[in-house]
Design a protein around this ligand. Structure first.
Ligand code: AMP
Length: 485
């Protein structure tokens, strides 16, 4: 499928796509749209950033054009369930964008954080499309503000995240209220067992499509890890933000409190930043996101849940201030950069306590992430890389960690407490040559992502010497999280 015209979509949809300058369907769209247009149930294994929203929105809009029907009062014809307010808002925006030439077309949101009565009024006359988070939807159902017995198409988006967020029972309750005769489109970035079971219960003879297995998406992103002491993270972050050529950066912390703290410490360093997390009001979140989108805010600090579904183009960097304890979250986080084919840079801080998280992440993405060492103090314990390296050897696959060796060779060992490590000074020296020049441009250009070259290439940057290594091409036996066929 090389063009949207090949799908046989109705003219008003094609016109909107042309206005959006969408020329070529993405792989998930090329596979999902024809199946969904046939009326099939579909399980799509795809992450945010692959174009999956259009892959369900386009056939749904086509269905609404083909079968014109006034929605009954307090009913919706299409129900989209999504885990977060932000993602719901973006899905509704996508429907509005692709459906802008279709009339009548009522698209409403049922999400927390805004007065429920306003939402009840909005759906009172019936809507074509309702995009909802499960909790608020059930509140509306309980208030008898909406009935779900007229739903023709159900979309469940980011099912794995729904599971993580504890929505599984709410989803089952919602599904029990829907007509048995319906079309269901089910999307998840990963397919853990519980999600497979849920899909089996919800879908009828589904077609399966899987795109961009996680490791190929992360391949497009230049990743690096900086081993650091916990207490040094704030200073390191400020240094990176000042030395890297950054268009927009998303900084992830594990907790809401941590996000606020980072904002405060950056402000002390003269860097304007804002945080987005669950304690912020819907208005605050929207204001901050709009500023980030427009470019007036360059540094956004977020927690995993708040960042879910943030769809902002031009995020050049993702910084993991804290490594996530769920390895899949790492993939979701760094996927905020490298959207729609663009490349991005992901930098992760790893303190002593986070070394097991790093190991789990590297296992998931089947890559050894290049690292630099900025720790000070005692180094008598084995490096995580050494443990990791040993594990790889046990699996029969030697896994060269050129950079580790390199940074150690340059003084990674034997640092004295309280003195900057040699590797650090080395990094600073390099930073002078390759940091931003007076115009804010990188003299050395942006480091490139590792591709499948066999040869490692050494690329200096403002933080330290980084060597990108080839990823292992051999499939792992324990790759249960991988997309099924
Ligand atoms: P999604 O995975 O649905 O969040 O989409 C990621 C981004 O890609 C969004 O900003 C979309 O507007 C954009 N996008 C989706 N499909 C296409 C396409 N076929 N051509 C260009 N951009 C697209």
């Amino acid at each position: 499928m090389t063009s949207f015209n090949d799908f046989g979509l109705a003219e008003p949809i094609l016109r909107a796509l042309a206005e959006e300058k969408y020329v070529t369907p993405t792989p998930i769209q090329a596979q999902t749209v024809p199946l969904a247009l046939e009326g099939r149930d579909v399980i799509g294994i795809a992450q945010t950033g692959t174009g999956k929203t259009a892959s369900f929105a386009l056939p749904i809009l086509n269905h609404l054009i083909a079968k014109r029907l006034r929605p009954a009062q307090k009913a919706c014809r299409v129900l989209v369930l999504s885990p977060t307010r932000e993602l719901s808002g973006q899905i509704a925006d996508s429907f509005r964008t692709y459906g802008r030439h279709i009339r009548p077309l009522a698209i409403e949101l049922a999400i927390g954080g805004v007065p429920i009565n306003r939402q009840a009024r909005a759906v009172a006359r019936g809507v074509e499309v309702l995009v909802a988070t499960p909790g608020r939807l059930l509140d509306l159902v309980n208030q008898r503000a909406i009935t779900l017995n007229q739903v023709e198409v159900l979309v469940l988006d980011e099912a794995d995240r729904m599971l993580d967020m504890g929505f599984i029972h709410d989803i089952k309750r919602v599904v029990a209220m829907l007509p048995k005769q319906r079309q269901t489109l089910f999307f998840s970035a990963t397919m853990p067992q519980e999600i497979t079971r849920l899909a089996d219960q919800m879908l009828n003879n589904p077609a399966r499509v899987a795109v961009t297995p996680q490791s190929t998406t992360v391949e497009r992103i230049a990743q690096r890890v900086i081993h650091t002491d916990k207490a040094a993270k704030n200073g390191l972050l400020a240094e990176i933000l000042k030395t890297e050529t950054i268009d927009r950066v998303l900084v992830f912390t594990r907790t809401k409190h941590g996000a606020d703290k980072v904002v405060r410490t950056l402000e002390k360093s003269g860097l304007a930043a804002e945080a987005i997390h669950g304690n912020k009001s819907q208005n605050q979140r929207e204001r901050v996101l709009a500023a980030f989108r427009s470019g007036s805010l360059r540094i956004l600090i977020a927690t995993d849940i708040a960042a879910r579904g943030i769809d902002v183009e031009g995020v050049s960097h993702v910084v993991n201030f804290d490594l996530p304890n769920i390895p899949e979250s790492y993939v979701h986080r760094i996927g905020r950069t490298a959207r729609a084919g663009a490349e991005g840079i992901a930098i992760s801080f790893c303190d002593h306590e986070e070394r097991t998280y790093l190991r789990d992440i590297e296992r998931l993405i089947r890559m050894s992430i290049p690292s630099t060492d900025r720790r000070t103090g005692d180094r008598s314990r084995p490096e995580p890389a050494e443990e990791h390296h040993a594990a790889h050897r046990q699996n029969g696959r030697p896994h060269k960690r050129g950079n580790q060796q390199q940074s150690r060779g340059k003084g990674g060992n034997g640092h004295h407490q309280g003195r900057p490590a040699q590797g650090e000074r080395q990094g600073q020296r390099q930073g002078q040559g390759h940091g931003p020049n007076r115009n804010g441009h990188h003299a050395g250009g942006r480091p490139q992502a590792p591709r499948s070259e066999a040869a490692a290439q050494s690329e200096p940057n403002g933080i330290g010497n980084v060597t990108f290594m080839q990823r292992s091409g051999e499939p792992r036996r324990n790759a249960g999280h991988r997309a099924p066929r």
